[in-house]
Design a protein around this ligand. Structure first.
Ligand code: GLU
Length: 383
């Protein structure tokens, strides 16, 4: 067994939640401007296999602009990046339909339904949109569906676009606490120099510690349909590894790229130092400022210390003004701060449901956003 075989195979086997990013150059046939249906069928077979062994898989796919060019009457030999913004956005609106159709067709023989989600950068950054998007993706995964995510190009303005799905995929992986992000690319990983220009360039199988020095090895996007190139993949690796997500760059230029990885195909692995949950909790405790407080009873305090979520039943008082997604401090009746956490309900909603059983939330509010005021994954106990 070669070292890459051990690493890549084990990494996939040990991951529960995997985000797979598929670039425009893989989804679209450069010669016709249409979807590469046969290749997508093979990828759907690979993903169905991963699902059959218990993995939850989310796809982040590009290709809407490239696939929408034909329908908009733009010659498909125009690179997506050379098309004016408003035409790009119109092409994306048309192309997302085509992209969704191609994925739906690919997954149909395996009886998997796909679900399209279009995200703007703020949906992954602003905490209440982030929690909403995460809840939607979680629900789809629990129901066994395959979420296909793309940037919401039709509404994003140039200044706030991600522009490349490499970083969007890293943000999504962070948001849903994925263990692994696989970037399927036109290259099989990072090299010490651009292998198309330099014969002595060497493949790097593992990056243990991400450092910005790596950017020196990266070139810009190659000619053709790609927008990102190695630089944006490295930016994505920085976001992913800081969030506890290990990232892999692997070749999608073969028919069954994920099965190939399981049998030892070459790739570059960027290792995350922490597990996603540990990284998330570090982020909550170091970056987040409490906007209010919840005063809880002794039973709830004990439950928190055994790793449980905070339910409305254990809350005696709500202080301050905050919205869903904001951080609050959790205090006991003596005023000691026990924890900090991200709220699933606003201050006003919390005041209405405090002391109630979770089953009564819908009756009191007329809707429910789940049983917990703060989910245990969003809660950090104070030392
Ligand atoms: N969101 C763009 C599209 O669907 C692609 C961005 C990228 O190439 O990464 O065409």
């Amino acid at each position: 067994m070669t070292p890459s075989e051990t690493t890549n195979n084990t990494l996939i086997n040990e991951s529960n939640r995997i985000v797979i990013k598929i670039g425009s150059a893989l989804v679209t046939d450069e010669k016709t401007g249409k979807a590469k249906q046969n290749w997508l069928n093979c990828v759907a077979a690979d993903i169905s296999y991963l699902k059959s062994i218990g993995k939850e898989v989310v796809i982040v796919s590009s290709g809407a602009i490239a696939l929408g060019r034909n329908a908009l009457g733009i010659d498909y030999t125009n690179r997506p990046s050379s098309i004016p913004l408003e035409q790009k956005q119109a092409a994306a609106a048309l192309g997302n339909v085509e992209m969704t159709r191609a994925y739906a067709q690919a997954f149909a023989p395996f009886n998997h339904q796909i679900a399209l989600i279009l995200l703007s950068p703020k949906d992954t950054e602003v905490r209440n949109s982030h929690l909403n998007a995460r809840a939607t993706i979680n629900t789809l995964l629990i129901k066994g569906k395959v979420p296909v995510i793309n940037e919401n190009d039709t509404v994003s303005t140039a200044e706030i676009r991600f522009g490349d799905n490499d970083r969007l995929a890293a943000r999504v992986a962070q948001m849903i606490g994925a263990d692994l992000l696989i970037q399927l690319s036109t290259t099989d990983g990072l090299y010490t120099a651009d292998p198309t220009q330099d014969d002595s360039a060497q493949h790097i199988p593992v990056v243990e510690d991400y450092s910005d020095d790596l950017l020196k090895m990266a070139g810009d996007a190659p000619a053709g349909l790609s927008t990102g190139g190695m630089k944006s993949k490295l930016e994505a690796a920085r976001i992913a590894t800081m969030a506890g997500v290990t990232m892999m760059i692997a070749s999608g230029k073969i028919d069954n790229p994920l099965k190939a990885l399981l049998s030892g195909a070459k790739a570059t692995v960027f290792k995350a130092a922490d597990k996603p949950l540990t990284a998330r909790k570090k982020w909550i405790s170091s970056h987040v400022k409490a906007q209010g407080a919840l005063i809880i009873d002794e039973g709830a305090a004990q439950a928190l210390h055994t790793g449980k979520s905070l339910l409305p039943a254990g809350v005696a008082k709500v202080e301050g003004d905050f919205i869903m997604g904001d951080a609050v401090a959790i205090r006991d009746m003596d005023g000691h701060t026990l924890a900090i956490g991200l709220m699933n309900y606003s201050a006003n909603e919390s005041r209405l449901i405090l002391g109630h059983k979770s089953a009564d939330i819908s009756d009191v509010l007329g809707y429910s956003r789940g049983d917990t005021l703060i989910h245990r994954d969003d809660l950090v106990l104070q030392a």
